[in-house]
Design a protein around this ligand. Structure first.
Ligand code: PMP
Length: 294
């Protein structure tokens, strides 16, 4: 295990100021901690520039609105703060973690007037670059928990509370020797993994679940665009677990996972192939900072 995340040497942007890493703390009586009134983002910087920074800042603001609070900074201010944190920590290839939460003024279910806080940290996270090793594919378990009905919880927000079942599911999968777990949705259809979206391939066409009861990933959207640019058809539809027998390739997408091939989900087997490899390469090219036109 590496250095504990509260002990990294660096600076964190905290409510508008850069503070030493060790000073970026919250009190134990914080609404965000007790009642999960907390939203966050996961982003990656490549060569000093955050990929789709504005889309992530917009999603952060949107997630907060869904939880009935307003982050007191604009999208442009959040974008600038993220860039500043990267530069001050001297990290060109990094994971960026903005987090916003309700503070301590009221400690009950109701927290109408609590202060909204925003912090932004980043840490070194180089991209995984051995394509041959990666193409072997990861193994996924099938999670016991399902993604909840959007009428049960605001399923489209990137909110802390939604990750409770993800951590439980991922821990169980890891104990059984899997890398992660695939989750079904509340109606028993294929949904996503604990922190990544999922895609399947059959007869040269890509199939992926409709993102209406789980996070519609920014990587998912990027990969769909990249595939269509290559002339590969992408079908967003309901996918039943019984259908998994019929797919030849499978991969997952996410800011952290990028495009990661899958070799196995419980008893279903896949062989990472040409389309997965192509999209891994296209995604790696896409995230590189664009050179300004001459
Ligand atoms: N689903 C979940 C549950 C996630 O945590 C993530 C990672 N943010 C994703 C999907 C992929 O989203 P993105 O591509 O925006 O990182």
């Amino acid at each position: 295990m590496g250095v504990s995340f509260d002990k990294i040497d660096g600076v964190i942007w905290y409510d508008g100021k850069l503070v030493p890493w060790a000073d970026a703390n919250v009190h134990v009586l914080t609404h965000g901690l007790h009642y999960a009134s907390c939203v966050f983002e996961g982003e990656r910087a490549y060569g000093g520039k955050i990929f789709k920074s504005t889309a992530h800042s917009e999603r952060l603001k949107r997630s907060a609105n869904i939880l009935d609070f307003e982050i007191p900074y604009s999208v442009a201010e959040i974008d600038a703060a993220k860039q500043l944190v990267l530069e001050k920590n001297g990290l060109p290839d990094a994971y960026v973690r903005p987090v916003a939460w309700r503070g301590s003024e009221m400690m009950g279910v109701s927290a109408q007037s609590n202060t909204i806080h925003l912090a932004i940290a980043c840490w070194s996270w180089p991209s995984y670059f051995d394509p041959a090793e990666r193409l072997k594919g990861i193994r996924l378990a099938l999670a016991d928990y399902r993604r909840p009905d959007p009428k049960t919880i605001p399923a489209l927000a990137k909110a802390a509370g939604l990750y409770m079942i993800c951590t439980i599911s991922k821990h169980k999968a890891e104990r059984e020797g899997y890398a992660d777990a695939m989750m079904l949705d509340w109606q028993g259809r294929v949904a996503e993994c604990t922190g990544a979206n999922i895609f399947f391939i059959k007869d040269g066409k890509i199939h992926t679940p409709i993102a209406d009861c789980f996070l519609a990933g920014i990587t998912r959207e990027t990969v769909i665009e990249l595939a269509r640019k290559r002339g590969i058809e992408v079908v967003e539809r309901r996918i039943l677990p019984e259908e998994l027998n019929g797919f030849t390739e499978c991969f997952i997408t996410g800011t952290a996972a990028e495009v990661t091939p899958v070799a196995e989900i419980a008893n279903w087997k896949f062989t990472p192939g040409a389309i997965t490899k192509q999209l891994m390469e296209d995604y790696t090219a896409e995230v590189q900072p664009k050179k300004a036109a001459a």
